[in-house]
Design a protein around this ligand. Sequence first.
Ligand SMILES: NC(=O)c1ccc[n+]([C@@H]2O[C@H](COP(=O)([O-])OP(=O)(O)OC[C@H]3O[C@@H](n4cnc5c(N)ncnc54)[C@H](O)[C@@H]3O)[C@@H](O)[C@H]2O)c1
Length: 253
Amino acid sequence: MKRFSGRVAFVTGASRGIGKTIAERFADEGAKVCLLDVNGENLETTISEFKAKGYDVIGQTADVSVREQVEAAVRAAVQTFGKIDILVNNAGIIRDNLLYKMTDDDWDAVMNVHLKGAFLSARAVQKYMVENRYGRIINISSTSALGNRGQANYATAKAGLQGFTKTLAIELGKFGITTNAVAPGFIETDMTKATAERLGVSFEDFIAYNAAQIPVGRIGKPEDIANAVLFFAMEESSFVNGQVLYVAGGPTN
Ligand SMILES: NC(=O)c1ccc[n+]([C@@H]2O[C@H](COP(=O)([O-])OP(=O)(O)OC[C@H]3O[C@@H](n4cnc5c(N)ncnc54)[C@H](O)[C@@H]3O)[C@@H](O)[C@H]2O)c1
């Protein structure tokens, strides 16, 4: 019997990067997994990969910031697997710019994906978790929540997710549902690759520069974040609620 046998995990932004690795770890540990992503092409590729590995997987192309799409994806997951035990709000985007250059659209897009997306997903899923008196909600925040140059929108959204996490912990705890957040530091994904491009430096130099600032002397990998998510998702973690775990190779970076 594997650690998550019999469990159903719903992961947003799961077609690549951290979300894909989280979904893969759950599937590897016996969970049935529902992948949601706005990028249908990447999603198809990931689903094929997962099926080839023998995982029990379904996928939905949907935008987390659109209520109808999120609710339809959650309904489809419950129709297929009968329930959702674990929700990981991972979908994210960056639209970095210094405040004076940040557009209304840069602001709204980031708020919509991170904050509205997590809200819509959690609201749709909690209904089934409350019925089952069991649930694990894990939100992906960031060290940027503590402030980061060029990320007024993203830092605000990631700090907002921490308040959202603590409030859900208070509201949903009595139904056997815990809500926690993982706040990653620098993780090697397409997102950080895009940041290097925007700054006009090679990804290798960007990685070396960042690794030198991190106490453990290396940058993070998606697996580092998946490990922390799995800890919060474990049945045995039922007394851990409303916490933010920084996974950053040091206290905050
Ligand atoms: N990479 C890092 O260093 C880092 C650090 C801290 C936090 N994070 C957070 O971790 C999460 C995953 O980041 P990543 O590095 O894997 O990024 P990524 O860009 O590789 O993956 C993000 C995924 O989210 C999907 N997505 C974007 N908008 C969406 C929408 N509206 N609806 C549904 N899916 C959508 C994308 O298609 C993509 O598959 C994000 O929330 C990010 O903010 C990343």
